[in-house]
Design a protein around this ligand. Sequence first.
Ligand SMILES: CC(C)(COP(=O)(O)OP(=O)(O)OC[C@H]1O[C@@H](n2cnc3c(N)ncnc32)[C@H](O)[C@@H]1OP(=O)(O)O)[C@@H](O)C(=O)NCCC(=O)NCCS
Length: 187
Amino acid sequence: MTAEPLERFLDRPAQLKEPERTLLPRLPDATPLILRTARGDDLPELCRLDKEVFQEVAYPEFLLRQMYDMYADHLLVLDDGTGRLRGYVLAGTTRLDRGSWILGLCVIQDQRRNGLGRELMVEVLDRLRGCGIEQVRLTVEPANRAAILLYRGLGFVPEEPDGGLRRDYFGPGMDRLVLRLDLTPAG
Ligand SMILES: CC(C)(COP(=O)(O)OP(=O)(O)OC[C@H]1O[C@@H](n2cnc3c(N)ncnc32)[C@H](O)[C@@H]1OP(=O)(O)O)[C@@H](O)C(=O)NCCC(=O)NCCS
């Protein structure tokens, strides 16, 4: 298993800028990864990554393009320094109810269990909090133990009723759990 240091930089306007943070590598020969906001020229690589991880349930390219157009500030990627992406998280927001949905999260197979998924989530939750978002929801396959443990560890809880279980949520046989996190306002 390899571990990665995480160098954070932001390429967003000054008013949205947040502090950089570098995580030291868990292994001495680890390649640095940069956690940053996605750019337009990441989209082909983002589609490749999404297909690699999610396969038949990957987002169609046109939809990723449009989600980037809508939610670019909340689309964060892990870049290995060459433009090759190793993970991403995407949150969609609505101004109507100060709510948000996590619409995608992944880390490539050989980089898992190194804390990167949690790092992506913590960063996007910080940004959402900073934008005045008060609730974050997401759906997860009921059998996806790794993701559920990650989300529960961050404080997400099932949104009642039925312990969060929504049968046929994405169509026949595609049940999902809906989890929710209430964010405390940024201090
Ligand atoms: C879910 C996913 C993003 C987790 O990424 P990751 O970088 O491996 O996760 P982390 O290393 O940050 O783990 C954070 C916590 O999640 C839980 N976790 C992650 N993977 C786990 C696994 N295989 N088994 C058990 N718990 C796991 C643990 O609680 C872990 O904390 P710990 O390391 O202190 O025990 C990754 O497995 C993935 O990309 N899966 C495929 C895509 C997917 O399912 N996305 C979520 C869709 S809702």
